[in-house]
Design a protein around this ligand. Structure first.
Ligand SMILES: [Zn+2]
Ligand SMILES: [Zn+2]
Length: 174
């Protein structure tokens, strides 16, 4: 969805508040593609900051269908957005081209979906876990260790300790 900001950028002291139903259905990033399970409307506050300058404040909550990094169980990951970005009209942006982080602006139009995607990238957790102490899957048999112990010997001995154990075992046999 595109919102025309000509009015806000041109009218000194102007403040506009909008509630927007975004069209975002999924988020593609290097971690994968995650579908949006739930989302609130986006509350946008557009405030004029002088000639050709404005701030955009956005608030929204989304829930993504993700999976636990350790045990792969489905996880509903909530992301709360509350951000403020300063924007400028196309002329100001051309002058400050080297720091153009406003890929969500197209001329005087604000692309709501791009803006929201940017903010989601910034707010996604580094690690997605079904619970903080998830024990993950057994490296040997793949069993979910949050259930019961699978009984695999996952003990990886320190090579130096293994040598001492060999000597100990050898002496025991004598
Ligand atoms: Zn897990
Ligand atoms: Zn196992």
């Amino acid at each position: 969805m595109l919102i025309n900001l000509t009015d806000v950028l041109a009218s000194e002291g102007k403040v506009v508040e909008k509630q927007i139903e975004t069209e975002l259905l999924q988020l593609s990033c290097r971690m994968g593609v995650f579908s949006v399970k739930e989302k609130t409307p986006l509350t946008l506050t557009l405030t004029n900051l002088g000639i050709n300058k404005a701030s955009v404040r956005g608030r929204m909550e989304l829930t993504f269908a993700m999976q636990c990094d350790r045990c792969l169980k489905p996880v509903s990951q909530k992301v709360v957005l509350d951000f403020i970005r300063e924007i400028a009209g196309p002329d100001e942006r051309a002058e400050a081209a080297e720091e153009d982080d406003q890929n969500f602006m197209d001329g005087y139009q604000l692309d709501v979906e791009s803006l929201i995607q940017n903010e989601c990238f910034l707010n996604l957790p580094v690690k997605v876990l079904c619970r903080p102490d998830c024990r993950g899957l057994c490296m040997q048999c793949g069993a979910d260790l949050n259930g019961k112990e699978c009984g695999c010997d996952t003990f990886i001995p320190d090579p130096r300790m293994a040598r001492i154990k060999d000597i100990f075992d050898a002496n025991k046999e004598v």
